[in-house]
Design a protein around this ligand. Structure first.
Ligand SMILES: NC(=O)c1ccc[n+]([C@@H]2O[C@H](COP(=O)([O-])OP(=O)(O)OC[C@H]3O[C@@H](n4cnc5c(N)ncnc54)[C@H](O)[C@@H]3O)[C@@H](O)[C@H]2O)c1
Length: 350
């Protein structure tokens, strides 16, 4: 264990995932099990569902399906299947499945028992952990959601075997962020690994425990948990911009870009020296897949909808030196425009 941390739920590496599910079902005397997955994780979910005698429900893969329409469809299906408060819901998928499935489970009959089995690196170190669920509303990311803690998150490295190289890069964005917030050892480890090589389970777990430590101390994000939003004010603005264009950008790629932009903002605001920030900012380009990035003036206005904003000011958790991050940094939209005037993602990431 990395350091003592408050557990919002157990993080388990089961010897046999199906056996663990059967024990959970029997312990809670569950009347039915639903295994929920997307079209790409069905091949992992279906055999599990068959071995534990569960129904297997599928949603089309892709962030554009993380919405209220899908949630309503799933609530209708639960009703049709006569699901009760005693029906167990198991997410087998990446952050999209865990967010949508968790949201559905948290609201059906005010909440049914839930387990997450993350199948992307990003979900293993972040999205499946610590109880945030959400759906998007149009281009606005994660606008409707809940805090709902799973009974357990099962960490099974074999779930990542078929993960495409790009998804490895995406997952490393949240791992790197956890390194920036708390543990420079994670950054050193990632630096010494080829960008699209999967990290070992020991480091996956360590990155997950950084999140569990900060979220456990502040489950409902009143205070310290906001540190986990480093890079995310810009990341969510970029994701909204892409969704508005009818396109999408993987969350992890938006986080890499967000960490860069927010690192630059911290330098311009005088919160860290350029040398201190460049120490980690220069690591980032090798994890980013090529694309034509929008100009800063195009994504800047989308920060206005960020959930961290207060009294018309834009809220950031700003990454500074590796292993440290500044909470509750607020700037007016005009100030942000000035601080990022010379920042261009295409220059940094070309
Ligand atoms: N709730 C939280 O605390 C939290 C934190 C971070 C991110 N998120 C959310 O998580 C989502 C991003 O998560 P993600 O990157 O896992 O995206 P994702 O779930 O969309 O998965 C990415 C792609 O990989 C595919 N995939 C998943 N597992 C696979 C496997 N084992 N083999 C092959 N393909 C596989 C998926 O079908 C999808 O096409 C976003 O919606 C983001 O907002 C939530």
């Amino acid at each position: 264990m990395y350091k003592s941390y408050h557990t919002l739920h157990p993080l388990i590496q089961p010897k046999n995932t199906a056996d663990w599910i059967v024990k959970w079902r029997d312990k809670l005397a569950l009347d039915k099990l639903i295994v929920f997955c997307d079209s790409n994780t069905r091949y992992l979910a279906q055999p599990l569902a068959e071995s534990v005698d569960a129904l297997c429900w599928v949603v089309a893969a892709g962030e554009e399906h993380k919405n209220l329409q899908q949630a309503e469809r799933l609530w209708q299906e639960l009703r049709t299947a006569s699901a009760s408060r005693n029906t167990g819901w198991i997410n087998v998928g990446g952050g999209m499945v865990c967010d949508l499935g968790g949201f559905v489970a948290s609201n059906y009959m005010r909440g049914i028992p839930l387990v997450n089995i993350p199948t992307t690196l990003l979900a293993q170190v972040d999205a499946a952990l610590c109880g945030k669920t959400a759906v998007n509303m149009g281009p606005w990311k994660n606008q409707i959601g809940s805090y709902y803690f799973p009974d357990a998150v099962l960490l099974d490295p074999s779930m990542l075997k078929t993960l495409p190289a790009e998804e490895v890069l995406n997952g490393k964005a949240e791992m790197f962020k956890h390194g920036l917030i708390e543990d420079i050892g994670i950054i050193d480890y990632l630096d010494n690994l080829a960008p699209n090589t999967l990290p070992g389970i020991k480091w996956v777990r360590r990155a997950a425990e950084v999140k569990m430590y900060w979220a456990g101390a502040d489950p409902h994000e009143k205070n310290h948990r906001r540190i986990l939003n480093a890079g995310h004010t810009v990341a969510h603005a970029l994701e909204a911009w892409y969704l508005e264009q009818g396109q999408s950008i993987p969350h992890g790629q938006a986080v890499w870009a967000g960490l860069l932009a927010e690192g630059w903002l911290a330098v311009q605001a005088g919160l860290v020296t350029e040398e201190g920030a460049l120490h980690w900012m220069l690591d980032i380009p090798r994890f980013v897949t090529p694309r034509k990035w929008p100009k800063t003036v195009d994504w800047l206005p989308w920060m206005a909808g960020d959930k961290k904003n207060k009294s018309g000011k834009i809220g950031f958790s700003l990454p500074t030196y590796p292993g440290s991050c500044l909470l509750d940094q607020y700037f007016s939209p005009k100030e942000v425009g000035i601080l990022l005037r010379k920042f261009d993602l295409n220059t940094w990431l070309s």
